[in-house]
Design a protein. Structure first.
Length: 240
């Protein structure tokens, strides 16, 4: 079961997930970093370049804050590329005593996800307008060159800043954002071929290749896996 809601932190999402024993729906690249609480342990999920497939032999609970693309490093305090494709215990990045205290507080809270959100809010900084503009332009389908020109950066500077903020270069971020646009359209009921064109792919075959390269699966397989985690919304939570 997976639920999410908008965070009080700009552009972020607060989520909760209960996994039964076995493999769950894969987590696809989205340009984001997450702060996680996992049955008493605090972790950071870095930006992914391929699908991450969680597994539990006994079943497990998660709560998380998924930061907007580029916003995670200011909260976690480390460049995104150092966490690319990694899940790292928070006490490897923050003082151990502080992490233990926070983990205990979150574990005792009636809503661990809300308690985790409070930790993120206490550390959040004002969003970098240049980084936000990069995300918006690439998500709108602008080329890397046009994006660099629009935000006043050279190509090399944009690449360096993208590594720090997103964990990978702007070309990879553009592919990730395009795939996420396509998946949102497909989940909304749009046929694959139409979703591919609307998201900025050349055709359905192009979208299928991107799905294999970035997600390691097919659109049909992903859609079927997503159905298995449908739950009934409660309060302000919604089902993704």
């Amino acid at each position: 079961m997976y639920r999410e809601r908008p965070s009080r932190l700009a552009g972020a999402v607060v989520w909760a997930r209960t996994m039964e024993a076995g493999v769950a729906r894969p987590v696809l690249p989205d340009g984001c970093m997450d702060l996680l609480w996992h049955d008493g342990e605090l972790l950071v999920a870095g930006p992914d370049t391929h699908a991450y497939v969680p597994y539990s032999a006994t079943g497990v609970r998660y709560a998380g804050v998924r930061f907007a693309p580029g916003a995670g490093p200011s909260v976690i305090g480390i460049p995104a590329h150092e966490l690319r494709d990694r899940r790292v215990a928070l006490d490897a990045l923050w003082p151990g005593a502080e992490v233990r205290r926070l983990a205990e507080r979150i574990g005792e809270a009636p809503d661990p996800a809300a308690a985790l959100e409070a930790v993120a809010l206490a550390r959040a900084e004002e969003p970098d307008p240049q980084i936000r503009a990069v995300v918006a332009l690439l998500d709108a389908g602008r080329s890397v060159t046009a994006t660099a020109d629009a935000v006043g950066l050279g190509i090399r500077s944009l690449h360096r800043r993208s590594l720090e903020a997103f964990g990978y270069g702007p070309k990879t971020l553009a592919r990730v954002l395009r795939l996420q646009r396509a998946l949102a359209l497909v989940q909304g009921g749009m046929p694959y071929a139409e979703a591919a064109l609307a998201a900025g792919c050349a055709d359905q075959a192009h979208l299928a290749r991107e799905m294999r390269d970035l997600a390691g699966t097919t659109l049909t397989a992903y859609a079927e896996a997503a159905k298995s985690e449908i739950s009934t919304p409660s309060g302000s939570w919604s089902v993704a």
